[in-house]
Ligand binder design. Structure first.
Ligand SMILES: Nc1nc2c(ncn2[C@@H]2O[C@H](COP(=O)(O)OP(=O)(O)O)[C@@H](O)[C@H]2O)c(=O)[nH]1
Ligand SMILES: [Mg+2]
Length: 290
């Protein structure tokens, strides 16, 4: 069985860094993972691990922009259209991998997840090829700085989830920027919050959007439309309580292990692996038991 983990989310959310972290973690756990770069605009320096499959070998944004005179967004759309027209290239590239864990580093243009058909088409194709697919959606902890920014992140996660229709793990990245101490002098810029608040963001509490009496969101004549909009969003999130976030702190190996175990679980990783035959085992396999 082959497994594909799509790493999605807005630009700068930490997708490429998370992919590197996952690769390192898989290696230290004696598992094999392969990186697939789907970002035609990726900068080679961003990869600690050489991608095993790289969309830039098929088409690169730089070439599209210089040869066809597209801007960056039009160019990206062109690259994905080109990929979908040339799926046999991907089939051939994927052909060399069986029983493998493939980590797809995706581009950060949010419209790719919310309304373009490219990723759903790609996912269906991978599923037809027999891969088990799941997606992660990253938003960064700085989104917790501002509740409106945060809820726009929640809504984008929901809309991507509905669009892709695969098992899904939402991740709150860069948790190393959050401390539990609100007196921390570093707390200014990064909106570092007290822990008790964080749980209201990891399991989004839509009531964060409903105004406390006397606050600026409290319903007044002037803001009644804004108030109704917030109410509608609260209702939407309450009706679809599927969005919650796993905290990811790459400086803590346990944190990445927990995230990986959720990903494994959503894909039922290893469920249909054959048990190892005794002659496949060597002494090293028993080292942990002593
Ligand atoms: N403090 C901190 N910074 C991070 C973390 N992950 C990514 N970054 C930084 O955020 C920026 C964007 O990261 P990148 O992985 O390229 O994001 P992408 O656009 O989603 O692929 C880079 O400057 C990273 O160094 C993290 O876990 N903690
Ligand atoms: Mg990236």
């Amino acid at each position: 069985m082959r497994y594909a983990v799509l790493v999605t989310g807005p630009a700068g959310a930490g997708k490429s860094t998370f992919c590197n972290g996952l690769m390192t973690h898989l290696q230290t756990s004696k598992r094999t993972g392969h990186l697939v770069n789907l970002d035609p605009a990726a900068n080679s320096d961003a990869f600690e691990y050489e991608p095993a499959i790289d969309i830039r070998d098929l088409v690169s944004l730089e070439d599209v922009m210089s040869e066809l005179e597209y801007g960056p967004n039009g160019g990206l759309v062109y690259c994905f259209e080109y990929l979908l027209e040339n799926m046999d290239w991907l089939d051939e590239e994927l052909g060399g991998y069986d029983d493998d864990y493939l980590i797809f580093d995706c581009p950060g243009q949010i419209e790719l997840y919310t309304h373009h058909p490219f990723l759903p088409t790609l996912v269906r194709h991978l599923q037809r090829m027999g891969l088990r697919v799941c997606a992660t959606y990253l938003i960064e902890s700085q989104f917790m700085e501002d509740k409106y920014k945060f809820f726009s992140g929640v809504l984008s996660a929901m809309s991507a989830m509905v669009n892709l229709e695969v098992p899904w793990v939402n991740i709150m990245s860069k948790m190393d920027l959050v401390t539990s101490n609100s007196d921390d002098p570093a707390s200014g810029r990064n909106g570092i919050r007290a822990r008790k608040d964080i749980s209201r963001y990891l399991e989004p509490d839509p009531l964060l959007l409903v105004s406390a009496p006397g606050s600026r969101e409290e319903k007044t004549e002037r803001n009644s439309k804004f108030h109704s909009l917030n109410q509608a969003i609260v209702q939407l999130i309450e009706d679809h309580p599927l969005v919650s976030f796993l905290p990811l702190n790459l400086t803590e190996p346990d944190s990445i292990e927990i995230v990986l175990s959720h990903i494994d679980y959503t894909m039922q990783y290893g469920e249909d692996e054959e048990p190892k035959e005794p002659h496949d085992l060597d002494e090293g396999d028993f080292a942990d038991m002593e």
